[in-house]
Design a protein around this ligand. Structure first.
Ligand code: G6P
Length: 366
């Protein structure tokens, strides 16, 4: 089917705005709205698994890293996540009682496919979280978990990322239930939270005007740092990846706790530092990182919620106030602001947003 841009200037812009509907479809496929239970097909026995190995590249790798945070926290199931091009050549130690999960929008990325086959060769059961359900990966695995977000045209992945994270959130809940870490009532409570996520994602997209103002400043920068803790760490990586991919500004995502082990050396008056910090159990630590950065003249863009805004140290260059949400869905709710920031910086710089230089939508050769 021919996909049109409609009233949007770029596919990426359209795809960012598609996310509430996209992840609603995703979530609907993995929960039973009548019973409020998760509904994960494929007969994977989460209780019997020793571990999950996620393999992926690019943005799909970052979604996988988010999955590690979610699955380990809620289901107490060990998850390893690795960049497929490293994994496939380094002779990783694997046991047959694990599950390999290939994450891939296209289902065709050469390194991810090779990593998947390597695990299958070691006797592991396999699953693929893909958008393209007719893809090679989808054909070769035991279980396919489609992300259902519709075709993604922009080279820089946006709606596929949130859909991947939505699938992994549902998986984390299902695995937690199967492993006896939560009871049926808690499962229903978490499912209800997940079902509310699309509305919150829509709210978060409404931050676009605020983010466009930030983009004006960021577009003048040479380097940008993104910091976060817990699930906001993978999102910091994703923010930096998006910005460098489409605006060609050098950006780094860092675990905020690593600030003093390196990146703080880069901080000066010219460096915007985007700190992702919902008012959660990590907040105080992130706020103290904010102070460290500001003490060195760094220009902080603080992305938080209304509670975080009230408790944040003063002196941030800008505060972007995201909707209040449960930590379970914060990875989904905080994705649009960083995507929109990259998008608007790229537009301001006159870059070819949908076709960034040197990048391909899907890398099917090494
Ligand atoms: C390319 C794309 C990225 C994507 C990565 C992995 O580098 O430009 O947007 O995240 O491949 O692609 P996949 O289809 O495996 O998710």
């Amino acid at each position: 089917a021919l996909v049109e841009k409609g009233n949007y200037r770029h596919f990426m812009e359209k795809e960012i705005h598609d996310q509430p509907e996209g992840c609603q479809r995703t979530i609907a496929a993995y929960v039973d709205t009548l019973t409020g239970r998760t509904d994960i097909s494929g007969g994977i026995d989460f209780a019997g698994l020793s571990r999950i190995q996620i393999v992926a590249c690019g943005t799909s790798y970052i979604a996988g890293l988010m999955g590690k945070y979610l699955i380990e926290q809620f289901a107490d199931l060990p998850v390893d996540v690795e960049i497929a091009s490293e994994f496939r050549y380094r002779h990783p130690a694997l046991r047959p009682d694990g599950l390999v999960v290939a994450m891939s929008q296209s289902g065709e990325t050469a390194d991810t496919l090779a990593a998947l086959r390597y695990c299958q060769g070691k006797g592991m059961k396999s699953a693929a979280v893909v958008n393209a359900t007719e893809s090679t990966m989808a054909r070769e695995v035991d279980v396919v978990w489609p992300i259902h977000c519709g075709p993604e045209i922009g080279v820089a992945s946006t709606k596929a990322f949130t859909a991947q994270v939505a699938v992994l959130t549902a998986l984390a809940i299902a695995a937690a239930r199967a492993r006896g870490k939560i009871d049926a009532a808690e499962e229903q409570r978490m499912v209800r939270l997940l079902l509310e996520a699309p509305r919150l994602v829509a709210e978060s997209i409404k931050l676009e005007d605020a983010v466009r103002a930030v983009a004006q400043e960021v577009s003048k920068a040479r380097d940008v740092l993104y910091l976060g803790r817990g699930p906001m760490y993978p999102l910091a990586l994703e923010g930096a990846l998006k910005l460098k991919e489409i605006s060609y500004i050098h950006a780094e995502g860092y675990a905020a706790g690593e600030l003093k082990h390196g990146p703080i050396a880069l901080v000066d008056e010219q460096t915007p530092i985007v700190i992702l910090a919902p008012f959660d159990s990590y907040f105080e630590k992130s706020a103290s990182n904010m102070n460290e950065v500001m003490a060195r003249g760094g220009q902080v863009v603080f992305i938080t919620d209304a509670d975080g805004e009230r408790h944040a140290p003063s002196g941030a260059r800008v505060v972007v106030t995201a909707p209040r949400c449960d930590p379970l869905v914060a990875p989904l709710v905080y994705a649009p602001p960083i995507q929109l920031l990259a998008y608007h910086v790229a537009v301001l710089k006159g870059a070819d947003v949908d076709q960034p230089r040197n990048l391909a939508k899907s890398v099917t050769v090494e």
